[in-house]
Design a protein around this ligand. Structure first.
Ligand SMILES: C[S@@+](CC[C@H](N)C(=O)[O-])C[C@H]1O[C@@H](n2cnc3c(N)ncnc32)[C@H](O)[C@@H]1O
Length: 202
């Protein structure tokens, strides 16, 4: 929902998505730009085949978007290729980053920090931003990374989130996602008070 909503709201001219995996997120973006007539190029990146990562899809990489004109597949480090593509395809309009690669805090801090340093007006959608205690030992990195990176920014960023309870084995595009829409005047509050507009915006 937040993926399609972000595309309709911000009408990006460029979407930079990683990791590709089998291409679910890239396909969601592709179907959304087609359905709503948003002229936009999608670049989706996953690691090279010879880099070891527990979730690397190997031969299945990008299978849901192969051959689709709107989506260009790349292999390399997600944020590095994304920022290269952003510079190479510079034109007026919003750029949407979809961050769904390695979910360690260190990786997401590096990626989100690099995006905001190079494209401070970026729309950033981060996946698997569970807000839960470290005891869960499950995908606690992205949320912690957002807190750390945004706390270090001199500009303030607005955030929105979509949270549907996860079922085991559910499609990962249904898991919590957090959108950092753009620099704004409303302060970021990492732990919204219960019943605040931010806490109730899911
Ligand atoms: C959770 S899956 C992504 C799911 C995908 N977005 C989808 O909807 O099908 C994580 C993917 O990120 C890739 N990945 C991990 N680190 C990466 C990096 N630094 N750059 C690009 N891709 C990375 C993994 O190989 C894996 O395919």
């Amino acid at each position: 929902m937040l993926m399609a909503g972000a595309v309709c709201r911000f009408k990006p001219v460029l979407i930079l998505d990683w990791g590709t995996h089998i291409g679910k997120s890239a396909r969601v973006f592709r179907e959304t730009i087609k359905a709503f007539g948003v002229p936009c190029a999608i670049h989706s990146i996953d690691l090279p085949d010879d880099v070891q990562h527990g979730e690397h899809p190997k031969n299945e990489r990008g299978k849901l978007v192969r051959g689709m004109a709107e989506v260009t597949l790349h292999q390399g480090d997600g944020v590095t290729i994304a920022l290269e593509q952003c510079a190479a395809n510079k034109r007026p309009g919003n750029v949407l980053f979809y961050v769904d690669g390695d979910h360690s805090k260190e990786s997401v801090v590096r990626e989100l920090g690099a995006i905001l340093a190079q494209v401070p007006d970026a729309i950033v959608l981060l996946h698997d931003t569970f807000y839960q205690s470290p005891d869960s030992a499950y995908n606690i990195g992205p949320y912690a990374a957002i807190e750390e990176v945004l706390a270090a920014q001199s500009r303030t960023y607005g955030t929105a989130h979509h949270h549907r309870p996860a079922r085991q084995g559910s499609c990962c595009t249904h898991r919590p996602q957090r959108l950092i829409p753009f620099p704004c005047t409303r302060s970021y509050s990492p732990n919204p008070a219960p019943n605040s507009p931010q806490a109730n915006s899911s």
